[in-house]
Design a protein around this ligand. Structure first.
Ligand SMILES: Cc1ncc(COP(=O)(O)O)c(C=O)c1O
Length: 376
């Protein structure tokens, strides 16, 4: 028996659509499938503009460029996250300011936000961990009072909601991921969701190597030229074709993931309670995306033994983010042990269980029975 942590799968129409992309003779960026994906996402999220990108990392870089992030600016990011939301701003010369997370949802602790804001703060990047919304009402209010931008890292949260509003539509921009570990994928891919219409035209320029090529293709100008800084953030239309098939199958995919998440929750709840193991917390006003299922062990040693035990059985359960403020780079920016105590505990004690669209109930039954047989 081997149950991987992640196994990407096709939803059905991917190969047909890739063939169509070949037949269209448009395999570079911004072809018919890119436009279809963007239009579908704009309609689903009800936002002015979505631009597909080569990754969520690149969508975040695009956001940092659009905000004119300069050396000396500060950006507030949770320490318990992936490197991309911080790297995107550090690339522009910004200083990261790490904020701790809440012990329940593992999202940034909005109660600590205001004290970290200085006159140099450019932006805050809430990350909706596991597709459960951050406390956006408080975050948006504080950001507005201090005139700082909110860029959502919604890598886990496409189609999730906070108080009835879609994640990714609440800040001025949001970054999505279509990496193969995500609910909807094209292997490597992402999108920038632009909620402030004033940012759209420049976003198109930066994404097209600093040229006004998008306006040229729309027939708004008769030649295109270099007008701003920029880079190449367009995915191939073959990847967009793959992604379109996944987005079309979104309801089916999400229904499967909901079943998988609920199976783990129902069958591990009693064991977790008896062994003082934490399970995911989803506030009633959040519609989560069933992206991750995790356990929080009382100690790092217990997590380590569980990982070793499951791996020996062929079950690939994995930890998640290491605290960014204690990473080699984080320390160079001044991070010290004790700065973000909840992050430090969670990054040492959290374990993610195998979770992918095609995970079967019998595979899940093996995972659950292995866990409950182990003496924590
Ligand atoms: C919270 C978060 N943001 C950004 C990323 C980067 O996504 P991508 O691989 O699409 O660049 C990840 C990757 O898993 C992530 O977990």
């Amino acid at each position: 028996m081997r149950i991987p942590f992640n196994r990407p799968s096709a939803a059905g129409k991917e190969l047909d659509y890739i063939q169509q992309a070949i037949d269209n003779m448009h395999l570079s960026g911004d072809g018919p499938f890119t436009k279809k994906c963007q239009a579908l996402l704009e309609q689903l999220l009800d936002v002015p503009k979505v631009l597909l990108t080569t990754s969520c990392t690149h969508a975040l870089e695009l956001a940092a460029l659009l905000l004119d992030t300069q050396p000396g600016d500060e950006v507030i990011v949770p320490s318990f996250t992936f490197v991309s939301p911080v790297n995107a701003f550090v690339l522009r010369g910004a200083q990261p300011v790490f904020i701790d997370i809440r012990p329940d949802t593992l999202n940034l602790d909005e109660a600590q936000l205001e004290q970290l804001i200085t006159p140099r703060t450019k932006a805050v990047v809430p990350v909706h961990y596991a597709g459960v919304g951050c406390e956006m009402d408080a975050i948006l209010e504080i950001a507005q009072q201090h005139g700082i931008s909110v860029v959502e890292d919604n890598a886990h949260g496409l189609l999730g909601k906070y108080k009835g509003r879609h994640l990714g539509t609440l800040g001025c921009m949001a970054a999505q991921s279509f990496h193969e570990t995500k609910n909807f994928t094209c292997g490597e891919g992402g999108a920038l969701v632009i909620n402030d219409p004033r940012l759209v035209e420049r976003a198109e320029i930066i994404r097209e190597k600093g040229t006004n090529r998008s306006r040229f293709f729309r027939g708004q100008i008769d030649k295109y030229t270099w007008v701003d800084i920029g880079s190449s953030y367009l995915p191939s239309d073959a990847l967009a074709a793959f992604l379109y098939a996944q987005l079309e199958a979104r309801e089916h995919i999400q229904a499967r993931r909901k079943r998988i998440w609920e199976y783990y929750y129902k069958n591990l709840q009693g064991w977790a309670q008896d062994h003082d193991v934490g399970l995911p917390v989803v506030p009633t006003y959040c519609e989560q995306t069933y992206h991750v299922f995790y356990l929080i062990f009382p100690s790092p040693a217990q997590r380590r033994s569980m990982i070793e035990y499951l791996n020996a059985l062929g079950i690939n359960a994995v930890f998640h983010y290491l605290a960014l403020h204690l990473s080699e780079m984080g320390k160079r920016f001044g991070g010290r042990t004790g700065d973000c105590p909840v992050t430090e505990r969670i990054s040492d004690c959290l374990l993610r269980l195998p979770f992918y669209n095609d995970l079967t109930e019998s595979e899940q039954a093996c995972v659950v029975s292995a866990i409950v047989q182990f003496e924590v």
